[in-house]
Write a protein that binds this ligand. Structure first.
Ligand SMILES: *[C@@H]1O[C@H](CO)[C@@H](O)[C@H](O)[C@H]1NC(C)=O
Ligand SMILES: *[C@@H]1O[C@H](CO)[C@@H](O)[C@H](O)[C@H]1NC(C)=O
Length: 449
């Protein structure tokens, strides 16, 4: 779908608009910007608040790491004196008339105007597509020097998409849309770096909070990443000194025929080459971990799936090794398994597990990337989920066997990303990750807003 005329139009539109974009405060170009991220306890979605329009109104959005667009519901009271629809008559839209599709009944309003361009966007929580109107307005985000949030910076001519309230299906209560962070010209990281130019790098970093009552942080551009352990401002930890690096891979949409290559996907893919539990490798057929032109295989990072999902053969093999290693971790003391608690399959009696600063004392999991020295450590805080006062479950899910329709073999989900800082360097196609910040007594909520 990404190769459709609509997307070609969009690319041209974005290119044209960005080359005309200016920032209001040209004398004070920030090097980095920050948004808070909170966890919605009932849906396990991650939310951010963005100031949009004139006068500026705070809008709650679901963070979608792999999303192409910022889209919001404009149908219920979007009012802004600086709003402009992407008009077909404008230079940008005239580049591809095929996308000038809309006819709207009176009265005109943001998201519903005659002769405007429309874009194919996605509600990736629900899994459905929407066709919102291309929209242009001012947004405002706080700058940062990496140690705390600073003053607001306004960014005019920001391109987003204006959807309808029924497009919000399955989003957390209060959310008005989604904030896409994908490697696309129209996504937030790219638009911000284009708006500020040279020293504002096409990079962002995400630190998801584990605690629903405290804010984590999303950084755009390049800056230090300074946190205060235990909220004690006399202590500062620069977490980038823990960075390890791996390549971000390109992957493709699956197509009906294995001989047709699909369009390039905007999401973030990494190549896991093996999984270790303690030091024991999980036997996995490497065909599942490799990327293929069919788009089936490989691994992806996502913020809209609450837990990591594994292809069935990987899941079975992983749990077998995990349970064997449990005895090694406990020094042969038996940890009793209990009945499954949906969506989890493998659950344990909580009283049989010890706790440490790194969560429940269970076997350490390592995701190993192409360079075999580069491991991502997952401890009990990220591997286990406490489902009740008595039961703790392994927070990895069996997503079923590979079929012609499935895509990645491993989707690294949000629970496994919490209290880790991940930096996506789009320009260099490189991921930097810290592993759990708990090793340094830092939580993602320890950034000072
Ligand atoms: C759009 O065009 C149709 C048909 O010409 C017209 O009936 C309608 O009032 C217009 N809507 C707006 C919002 O201008
Ligand atoms: C790995 O999986 C592929 C594809 O299903 C299969 O052709 C191959 O025989 C498998 N290799 C091993 C060693 O089981």
């Amino acid at each position: 779908m990404a190769s459709s005329p609509r997307f070609i139009l969009l690319s041209l539109l974005i290119f044209f608009s960005l080359s005309h974009a200016q920032t209001s405060s040209s004398h004070s170009k920030p090097k980095a910007l920050v948004l808070p991220i909170s966890k919605d306890a009932s849906t396990l979605q991650y939310l951010t608040h963005l100031n949009l329009g004139t006068p500026s109104l705070q809008t709650t959005l679901v963070v979608d790491l792999g999303g192409r667009h910022l889209w919001i519901d404009c149908s219920s009271g979007y009012q802004s004196s600086t709003y402009r629809p992407g008009h077909c008559g404008s230079a940008s839209c005239s580049l591809a008339k095929a996308d000038c599709v809309s006819i709207c009944p009176n009265p005109a309003r943001p998201g519903c105007n005659n002769n405007t361009c429309k874009v194919l966007a996605k509600n990736s929580v629900f899994g459905g597509f929407l066709i919102p109107e291309v929209a242009i307005d001012t947004i405002s985000i706080r700058s940062t020097d990496g140690s705390k949030a600073g003053s607001h910076v306004s960014i005019p001519n920001f391109i987003f998409a204006c959807a309808e309230s029924f497009d919000l299906i399955n989003l957390a209560s209060g959310a008005k849309g989604m904030l896409g962070l994908a490697k696309e010209r129209v996504s937030m990281p790219t638009q911000l770096s284009s708006a500020f130019g040279g020293s504002f790098r096409r990079k962002f970093a995400i630190c998801l909070p584990s605690n629903p009552k405290a804010n984590g942080v999303l950084f755009f551009g390049d800056s230090p990443y300074q946190f205060h352990p235990g909220y004690d401002t006399s202590k500062v930890v620069e977490v980038s000194s823990s960075f390890r690096y791996t390549k971000l891979h390109v992957n493709y949409e699956t197509t009906a025929s294995p001989r047709l290559q699909g369009a390039q996907l905007p999401e973030y893919f990494v190549k896991i080459t093996s999984i270790l539990v303690n030091q024991k490798p999980v036997p996995i057929n490497s065909t599942l971990l490799d990327f293929h032109k069919t788009g089936i295989g490989g691994s992806r990072i996502t913020t809209v799936q609450p837990y990591t999902t594994l292809e069935t053969a990987i899941y079975k093999s992983f749990v077998k090794v995990f349970d064997e290693q449990m005895l090694v971790t406990t020094g042969n003391r038996k940890v009793r398994k209990v009945a499954a608690v949906s969506p989890f399959k493998d659950c344990y009696r909580k009283e049989d597990l010890d706790m440490s600063l790194l969560g429940f004392s269970v076997p350490d999991i390592y995701l190993v990337f192409e360079n075999r020295d580069v491991n991502w450590l997952i401890t009990g805080a990220n591997s286990m989920v406490e489902v009740s006062n008595d039961v703790v479950c392994l927070g990895f899910l069996d997503r079923g066997p590979n079929t012609g329709l499935t895509t990645t073999s491993i989707d690294i989900g949000a629970h496994q990303l919490q209290d880790n800082l991940l930096q996506f360097d789009i320009a260099a196609s490189r991921l930097a990750f810290t592993s759990t910040l708990l090793l340094r007594e830092v939580e993602c909520s320890n950034f000072k807003f």
